[in-house]
Design a protein. Structure first.
Length: 485
């Protein structure tokens, strides 16, 4: 079995971990490589570049970027930049979590501020790829390098053609030109002898295109090299039977639905080509899809609505949650902004609750003044270790700050079993905050009431956490096996 991951990100990583916890045996291939893949995830770019994971290696810290003499590297809590006196020469984007300030991409700029090229760094601090831009700053070509700096892959980001310079077993260079990413991925799967008897994938883009080529047997490389068919082309009867018995191919849908169903999703419904399940990983999105099928099947172009409805199933994630000891009536807020909605009213109306407010940066005079209240404790310039301790110990987390979310606060508060509340105007991650716990900011008295209700008894708190689990679609390994086969 193989899991074709589109872009690496939190949701994709959670799915990867959930499949592992459910006991599936599989390889995971990321079709896009941002340099910071989850451990155990491979990519064709890393494979052909010959990069090996170094267990002791660390990413490149922003201050370790090599720049000309007298140039200055500046950094905020979310991004960095390079300056030649008052001229900005580069923009630095950090890998998640950005608070660690590890370099992922550096965009070098011309005098007009347009990107000339972009350097891409991996989780070991290596420069593994470079993107060349046109006169307007648009990305045109991306080169991927081997460990010694040798160019191994060149991808045209406009035409999607890929040139691979590969060394054969006898050490002689050999070039392959692929007409697009699908051909390239199929070649990689054949090269690495991937078991495609069952395919899990999480996108209607390239992962779907590869899956359909494999099942159709019409892959260009399958025609040129018949040996690929047993791995990535037309399946034998035995392989088809194995796929059927194992539960078939599964599309994991991790995005929202806006109006009609996506065209490629309708194509899968009308012509499954091995897809037996579409696992929707958001309860709201699942209900939207079901409504589109039941009430608007014709408008969506669905041929058989009843059959299509049975293809979908709600499938959440398998989480490793923690159950730390909480301090009674403790509230945590993590922010780098002093714009905390109705903070004065909340702290005044809840004098018996302790408010712990932490920031990675220094705090403004406005926020420091709140520290004079007896139930408010401030932690300016905190590190990640202290932020984690605040989340572990606090009974409640309030997502009521404007500006960026820091240290994935909502997500980590959910994992550490804090009861979550938010204002509609400030909520950063509604996937983990039940809709009933999100109120309008001008209804802050209702928020106070909800906090008190959740704090009435241990049973009330337990019920609040159960609602959060249901909202986030927390599942067990048995649920995966039952729904997916």
């Amino acid at each position: 079995m193989i899991f074709l991951m589109d872009h690496p990100g939190r949701e994709a990583a959670l799915l990867y971990q959930s499949l592992q916890k459910a006991g599936y045996s599989f390889r995971t291939v990321a079709l896009e490589d941002d340099g910071f893949l989850p451990e155990g995830v491979e990519s064709p770019y890393r494979y052909f570049g010959g990069w090996k994971r170094e267990k002791q290696a660390v990413p490149r810290y922003f201050s370790r970027l090599e720049v000309p003499d007298l140039w200055e590297i500046r950094s905020t809590d979310t991004e960095g930049s390079v300056w030649d006196y008052e001229t900005k020469r580069a923009q630095i984007r950090y890998a998640e979590p950005v608070s660690r300030r590890y370099i992922q991409t550096v965009s070098w700029l011309d005098s007009a501020g347009k990107s000339v090229w972009q350097d891409h760094y991996d989780d070991a601090g290596n420069l593994y790829a470079r993107t060349t831009c046109d006169a307007e700053g648009r990305a045109v070509l991306r080169s991927y390098y081997a460990e010694g700096g040798e160019e191994r892959l060149v991808e045209n980001l406009q035409t999607h053609m890929i040139l691979l310079r590969e060394k054969t077993e006898n050490g002689r260079p050999e070039e392959h030109l692929f007409r697009g990413k699908v051909e390239f991925i199929l070649y990689y799967l054949k090269k690495t002898k991937a078991d495609c008897s069952r395919i899990f994938f999480n996108s209607l883009s390239y992962p779907l295109f590869v899956q359909r080529q494999i099942r159709s047997g019409e892959a260009a490389f399958g025609k040129q090299n018949p040996g690929i068919r047993s791995q990535t082309g037309t399946q034998t009867m035995q392989e088809r039977e194995k796929n059927r018995k194992s539960g078939g191919d599964v599309l994991f849908w991790q995005e929202d639905i806006y109006g009609k169903l996506p065209g490629n999703m309708v194509t899968v419904l009308n012509d499954p080509m091995g897809v037996t399940r579409i696992a929707v990983q958001s309860p709201e999105t699942f209900h939207k899809i079901r409504k589109q099928i039941r009430d608007h099947a014709g408008e969506n172009g669905i041929a058989e609505a009843e059959r299509a409805e049975h293809v979908f199933c709600p499938v959440g994630q398998i989480y490793s949650v923690e159950n730390p000891v909480k301090e009674k009536r403790s509230i945590c807020i993590l922010t780098n902004s002093d714009a905390i909605e109705h903070l004065s009213e909340l702290t005044g109306a809840l004098p018996q609750y302790t408010f712990r407010i932490g920031a990675l940066t220094e705090m403004s005079d406005k926020l420091m003044a709140m520290g004079r209240k007896p139930n408010v404790f401030l932690y300016p310039g905190m590190g990640e270790k202290l932020a984690r301790r605040l989340l572990e110990e606090s009974e409640f987390y309030l997502d009521i700050n404007h500006g960026n979310e820091i240290v994935d606060a909502v997500w980590n508060a959910w994992l550490h079993r804090s009861v979550l509340f938010a204002f509609r105007e400030t909520v950063h991650n509604p996937s983990y905050v039940p809709a009933e716990n999100i109120v309008a900011s001008d209804d802050w008295n209702n928020l106070i009431r909800k906090i008190r209700e959740a704090d009435e008894s241990d049973e009330a708190r337990k019920q609040s956490l159960q609602k959060q689990d249901k909202w986030a679609m927390r599942m067990e390994a048995a649920d995966y096996r039952r729904l997916l086969g």
